[in-house]
Structure formats: C-alpha cells, structure tokens
Write a protein that binds this ligand. Sequence first.
Ligand SMILES: [Zn+2]
Length: 163
Amino acid sequence: MKPLTEPEIRNAFVNCTKGEAKRLYVPRELSGEPWSDLDFLGWRDPRAPDRAYLVAELNGPPVGIQLRSSGAGSWQTRRSMCSVCVTTHTGGVSLMVAPKAGKAGQQGNSVGTYICSDLACSLYVRGKKDAGMGGRLHESLTPQEKVQRTVANLAAFIAEVVT
Ligand SMILES: [Zn+2]
C-alpha cells in the first residue's frame, strides 16, 4: 500500500467519533513502516493493550477500523488461526471486536474476528515474519494468491463493519 500520513490515518476512521480519531494512538515512526509489504497497517496502543487499530486502502480512500481485543483468555494457550491471513499461532491470535460504523455501532452492534495479535498479517503471508513451527499450512497457493486471499478476507471484515 502507499504510505499514509498521520492526518490521512486519523481521517480514515469509520467506526469512532471524530474526537476519538483525533486522540487515538498512531505510531510515531510512520516512515519506518514496511509499506510496500503491507496490505493494511495494523497497530496496538502501547498504553492500552486492549486497543488495536487497522487502516487499509482497498478500493478508494483509506478505511480505518478501531478494534478491542478480548482480555487474556483461553486463546492464549491454544493454537488458533487468524481469519484474515490464515496463519496459525500458539497464543498469537486474538479475538478482536469492532463497533459497527454509524447508527448500528451507536446502538452497540459490533463485529468480531480472530486476527493475528500483532496485526502483522501482511508480513506473515509474505514470509517476512515467522509465526513459528507449523505457522503456515502447506498450501498450493502462490504467495500472490495468499496476498489476494488476505485482502479479500480483510475486505469482507471491513464491509461487515461499514454496512
Ligand atoms: Zn493474520
């Protein structure tokens, strides 16, 4: 994806208020992010470990989603699979919940998904980050096809949040 600036990132959020988007934690060293290997930028708030964020540019302007990860739970000891990039980790996948955008979100509706706790799906899919033993299933897909699948899974999740 193309590099985004902090104002672009803050403007992209669809499921929080303008005030929240202004205040939420954005990584300082944006120029150090591996943009050319990213399908989306994902990060966690170091001051609030249950808060996570992602920004993707799919078709059109960037879309930002705020997420809450569930607290420590049984997922930490089990092997679980990320539903975005289909990587399996032991303790590296979190259930994250996104309030829906707009009225539905104000009424308390949300969408949950299992996703890599460090939100580094793009790097796992490209083999730039190692999920440990057995992290990748043996699949006949090419890296390009895995990237396409990751983007499709992410797009489906974002669509659920936005609609
Ligand atoms: Zn993942």
